[in-house]
Ligand binder design. Structure first.
Ligand code: ADP
Length: 387
């Protein structure tokens, strides 16, 4: 593959649009990375091209305007050449897409029908696909789905205890963060082939957080379900919640669906419990008891789900931490692991503090591994155009 073929990856969140540019080699080589943050009244573009850093205030900008700003910068990065492929992170691939897909009009139509399953994310992904097709009509557009890695769960981990017709209508446990898990499963195969063939729980602890049970490299269970709300408490999302609470909020507090959506997605989790912040660094530094309680709840729910994952896997050979908190916070890893000795998990405190790759002394290997969702997208896009 020649050196002057480029891949652009795009990753649209609700308030940010991340991008990367890679040289399309057998293993893609990153040449630029950046994002437009704070989409809304005061958006800002930040990028790194080699060793150069770029920062630009965009003023009010939505996803389309962010895309325009990124494309302007891409022209400079690519010297006016178009990428041969654009890889998109797409939150929902529904029940059918277990692999990346070339975004033909039929596939885009199918993804549009999934908007009701991910109303806060899928429309942004579709806007960005439309803008990328308009900007680079000759590039192959490739969709990579956060749900895809989980598509072969056993039925018991794919369903809720509702009447069967809801499963048939798509009310299922889809699971998310699949690109991150896909990356870690691949990196484990390279670095720890013995463990990769075993029973592994991967804890992706970032602003969003979930855990995935992987056996022989395949996902068999996720803490996230129908939406990205379920499972672990997160920065601003509630995690597992008794559905009776929703009925109570509707019937007794008169809350509407949009009000409950705001509550569960943006006002709950660490932010809601602490009344202070969704940022774990801030909470660890806080002297307020509410911050300590929020952290206690977070670690306690992770321990519970870790036990549940081990039960789903029939045991556990390794626990892998990734994501902003998982990768960088030794105190949180210690809080989670210190009470899991019954499961064979024992930390080496100095390896943990040093953020070493292997931080355990017990029979269960505990690893810290950086994840790289963009690289998973870039590899899929490169594969689509490999000649
Ligand atoms: P996202 O889910 O948005 O991709 P990240 O995986 O980058 O987010 O994780 C972001 C979170 O990681 C931040 O909100 C912050 O709480 C946490 N974080 C980053 N560094 C540290 C650290 N050194 N200690 C504790 N938490 C950290």
């Amino acid at each position: 593959m020649s050196d002057d073929r480029f891949i652009l990856t795009l990753n649209a969140g609700s308030s940010s649009l991340k991008f990367s540019v890679y040289r399309a080699e057998a293993e893609p080589v990153e040449i630029a990375v950046g994002q437009v943050e704070n989409l809304g009244p005061a958006a800002e573009l930040k990028a790194r091209i080699g060793v150069d850093k770029i920062k630009a205030d965009l003023g009010p900008a939505d996803h389309r305007e962010a895309m325009r700003a990124i494309l302007e910068h891409c022209e400079t990065i690519l010297n006016g050449r178009a990428p041969v492929a654009v890889g998109h992170r797409i939150v929902h691939g529904g029940v059918d897409y277990a692999e990346p897909q070339i975004l033909t009009p039929d596939v885009v139509d199918k993804l549009t029908t999934l908007v009701p399953l991910a109303p806060l994310h899928q429309p942004f992904n579709l806007q960005v696909i439309e803008a990328a097709i308009a900007a680079f009509p000759d590039a192959v557009q490739v969709g990579c789905f956060d749900t895809a890695f989980h598509r072969n769960h056993p039925w018991v981990n794919d369903t809720f205890g509702l009447p069967r017709r809801y499963y048939d209508k798509g009310v299922r446990r889809y699971g998310f963060h699949g690109l991150s898990y896909h990356y870690i499963a691949g990196a484990l195969r390279d670095r720890e082939p013995g463990l990769a063939a075993g029973r592994v729980v991967i804890a992706h602890l970032g602003n969003g957080a979930s855990m995935c049970g992987v056996r022989d490299g395949r996902s068999i269970a996720s803490t996230m379900g129908f939406s990205a709300l379920d499972g672990l408490p997160m920065g601003t999302r509630c995690g597992q919640l008794d559905p009776g609470v929703l009925l109570y909020l509707m019937e007794n507090e008169g809350m509407t669906a949009p009000e409950i959506t705001t509550l569960l997605y943006t006002e709950s989790g660490l932010k809601g419990l602490s009344g202070e912040s969704n940022d774990m660094r801030h909470l660890l530094a806080s002297a307020r008891p509410e911050a300590a309680q929020a952290i206690d709840y977070y670690a306690s729910r992770i321990r519970r789900e870790l036990g549940a994952m081990a039960a789903s896997l029939g045991g556990i050979d390794a626990l892998v931490f990734c994501g902003g908190v998982g990768e960088n916070s030794a105190p949180i890893r210690a809080m989670i692991c210190d009470e899991m000795e019954w499961l064979g998990i024992a930390l080496d405190p100095s390896a943990n503090t040093a953020h070493a790759h292997r931080i355990s002394t017990g029979p269960v290997d505990v690893l810290v591994m950086p994840t790289d969702e963009e690289r998973v997208i870039a590899r899929a896009a490169t594969k689509a155009v490999r000649s």
